[in-house]
Design a protein around this ligand. Structure first.
Ligand SMILES: O=C(CO)[C@H](O)[C@H](O)COP(=O)(O)O
Length: 224
């Protein structure tokens, strides 16, 4: 069994009857959603789920999970999501699947956040993975040029048809090829202060627990 499936299935066991659960996005989160739907059926659990993307929403509905909009629920008890990079101090990059905005909104309205990853996502320093920045389409070329001037090596995210990728909320994504982010907190604040930037993929002080795969097939649960 691959690492993504192992950690996805493990994470689904952290859900308890009666919980409001945030469902992440991506190939690892898919395994968690499938395993959770199985548990709900087999154990007759009564849970409510909130999605972080249209793709996850469609999957969850097809599996019979009880879905609600974030605005319809009070605080989420537990959100389980994937990640693209995680540093030893539990900061991360997310948004490889383009869902960073809804993922961050759901995560910051959750009592607890668990990230599920294979061991390739555990890094010493963030930044090898291109940092996604979600921008409003209006005037995005100006934001793009500022990123060029600052040496951030920006590239518009493209879809399969080689046109600009559009997020679930109708925005664009500019990926920054930084290689290394020395001070993620300061950089996160800098990005957020740029007008036209809606959100960025730096998730600072958000995750509580990381469930990571290992090459030997064992699972590591790390708590902040
Ligand atoms: O942030 C995300 C989507 O926006 C994903 O959680 C992240 O990209 C990890 O994806 P995967 O599990 O497919 O490697």
């Amino acid at each position: 069994m691959n690492q993504k499936q192992l950690v996805g299935e493990k994470a689904a066991t952290f859900v308890e009857d009666g919980m409001i659960v945030g469902l992440g996005t991506g190939s690892t989160a898919i395994f968690m959603v499938q395993a959770l739907a199985e548990r709900v059926k087999n154990e007759n659990l009564s849970i409510v789920c909130v999605s972080t993307s249209k793709a996850t929403e469609e999957l969850a509905v097809s599996l019979g999970l009880n879905m609600k909009d974030l605005s319809e629920v009070d605080e989420i008890d537990l959100t389980i999501d994937g990640a693209d990079e995680i540093s030893p101090d539990f900061h991360g990059i997310k948004g490889g699947g383009g869902a960073l905005l809804y993922e961050k909104i759901v995560a910051t309205n959750s009592k607890k956040n668990i990230w599920i990853v294979d061991d390739s996502k555990l890094v010493d320093t963030l930044g090898k993975f291109p940092l996604p920045v979600e921008v409003v389409p209006f005037g995005s070329e100006h934001v793009f040029r500022k990123f060029v001037e600052k040496g951030y090596q920006p590239e518009y995210r493209k879809d399969d048809a080689d046109t600009k990728f559009v997020t679930d909320s109708g925005n664009l994504i500019i990926d920054l090829y930084l290689n290394k982010i020395e001070d993620p907190k300061t950089f996160a604040n800098e990005l957020k202060s740029e007008v036209g930037v809606v959100e960025h993929g730096l998730f600072i002080d958000i995750v509580d627990q990381v469930i990571a795969g290992t090459a030997t097939g064992e699972i590591e649960v790390k708590t902040k």
